[in-house]
Design a protein around this ligand. Structure first.
Ligand code: AMP
Length: 473
């Protein structure tokens, strides 16, 4: 089942984030969570936070900024307990404020509950009305807070009972970590849109995290991915697992594989690095180019560029050097700032590029801000020809399910044909990976993937949400 979107899209409350939960009595859970968050920093650089549970109370610290800026040694020392959850957040302009930083805490008759959310709900407007009917005024503007309030107000003898009732009312993408004073809970939405995995510490403690790279970083062993619709409770009795009702279908986000996840993570049973290499190989077959070298726009597209080089027989070189201390260009909320950032972030190597026909692989073109700058930089550095190759299909539709792309009116491929984009970016040629090629590279049936940003067929209705948000603008 899929649902098309016909109208122009609004700028909603989209978030993409990283979450982690640690249950490890006797260990410094705050510090483990902190290092786990470091490994998930690529999933959100706007704010970060940790909540810990000591059996009776929760302790929370959240702030705007990168993980390294948010926590000091004394902050970590104050976060005592046997379990913790952590969150890194990125959001669009407008909701970039500290009230929306997570973990957020809601109060209830069962005591406090801290919550970290990765994803985006498509029925937030309906949930907002539900919360208003309960006479509660949310303090922030995120759907995550609505989600917390609904879980807290739903009847039920314990958190598992409440989540069983509350979660099926949510539509969209939600990987959640929840912390009560005596237990850690985690859930992955029934379509498995965003990733979540389970690992074990050498001490016997448990970890859930958005990506397996966070497990590796804190010395936990990857056990398995959390199943779509799986609800986990980890407490003194161990791990309890149960399933929310599912429709038996999947909608795993392809963009996790293309750009978002770290290459050393396992997502949907695949090492992301290997998927990206295959994307490059398929791209080389689908959109061949004559060139003297293949270069990547670092970092996300390096594996795809290596794959392109291997398949085409054209040598891989480094032609652009990235300043690794500058965040992903999207982090700047202003269009003007984003433009300037490309030069801050990437510097070409004239000795490598001068006089050469260069095949440049990037993972995506979204607004079309970055690519013309990259092409211009390469030409200034002496490249004779610039052949742009993109390891994903043209992105024509906005994401409502947790990847912050751009509203439809800003998506360049929604407005221009491929030849028009080629002229706009001033490349000698431009080639994209096809949808079929993407599916082949990921190696999962197309029916189990969410490729809505490429074809506009969403895995659930998003129209009502879009109409409401349009009214709110
Ligand atoms: P743009 O300049 O808007 O066309 O952005 C394209 C560049 O941003 C590509 O080089 C991608 O690597 C990167 N990118 C793609 N999607 C995202 C995203 N959702 N958030 C941040 N960066 C992205």
């Amino acid at each position: 089942m899929s649902h098309s979107l016909a109208l122009s899209a609004p700028t909603g409350l989209r978030e993409y984030c990283g979450v982690i939960g640690v249950y490890a009595p006797g260990e410094d859970v705050a510090r483990l969570t902190y290092f786990g968050l470091y490994a998930l920093q690529h999933r959100g650089q706007e704010s970060a936070g940790i909540a810990t549970a000591d059996g009776e109370r929760l302790h929370v610290h959240t702030r705007m900024g990168l993980v390294a800026q948010v926590f000091t040694e004394p902050d970590l020392s104050r976060l005592v307990g046997h379990a913790a959850i952590g969150h890194t957040r990125y959001s669009t302009t407008g909701s970039s404020r500290v009230e929306n930083a997570q973990p957020l805490v809601v109060d209830s008759d069962l005591g406090p509950l801290a919550l970290g959310h990765n994803g985006n709900l498509v029925n937030a407007s309906a949930l907002r009305e539900e919360v208003a009917e309960l006479g509660v005024t949310p303090s922030g503007t995120t759907d995550s807070e609505l989600l917390g309030l609904i879980c807290a107000r739903t009847p039920g003898a314990d958190w598992l009972a409440r989540l069983r009732t509350a979660l099926p009312r949510l539509q969209g993408a939600f990987c959640l970590v929840l912390l009560a004073p005596d237990r850690l809970l985690a859930v992955r939405d029934p379509l498995g849109i965003r990733p979540l995995c389970l690992g074990r510490l050498p001490s016997g403690g448990w970890v859930v995290a958005s990506e397996s790279c966070a497990l590796d970083t804190i010395g936990a062993t990857f056990i398995r991915e959390v199943d779509p619709g799986e609800l986990l409770q980890i407490d003194a009795d161990g791990v309890h697992s149960e399933r929310l009702p599912t429709e038996g279908r999947r909608a795993a986000c392809s963009f996790e594989h293309i750009y978002f996840a770290r290459p050393d993570s396992i997502v949907d049973g695949r090492l992301v690095y290997a998927v990206r290499e295959r994307m490059g190989q398929v791209l080389a077959r689908e959109a061949p180019a004559e060139g003297d070298m293949v270069i990547a726009v670092p970092d996300a597209s390096i594996p795809a560029a290596i794959g392109y080089a291997t398949e085409s027989g054209i040598p891989f070189r480094e032609g652009l050097v990235k300043n690794r201390y500058i965040g992903r260009t999207f982090i700047q909320p202003q269009q003007g700032q984003r433009t300037g950032d490309v030069a801050l972030k990437l510097n070409p190597l004239p000795e490598v590029l001068a006089g050469k026909r260069v095949v440049v692989v990037d993972d995506s073109i979204v607004r079309g801000t970055t690519t013309p700058r990259v092409v211009a930089q390469l030409r200034r550095a002496g490249a004779r020809e610039v052949h742009m190759r993109i390891s994903s299909p043209p992105m024509r539709w906005p994401c409502y399910l947790g990847v912050d792309t751009a509203p439809i009116e800003q998506l360049i491929a929604a407005r221009m044909s491929v030849p028009e984009i080629c002229a706009h970016i001033d490349a000698d040629s431009l080639g994209y990976l096809s949808e079929a090629g993407l599916v082949e590279a990921i190696g999962l049936p197309a029916s189990t993937l969410c490729n809505a940003c490429f074809h506009g067929r969403y895995p659930m209705p998003v129209q009502a949400e879009q109409d409401k948000l349009a009214l709110e603008r």
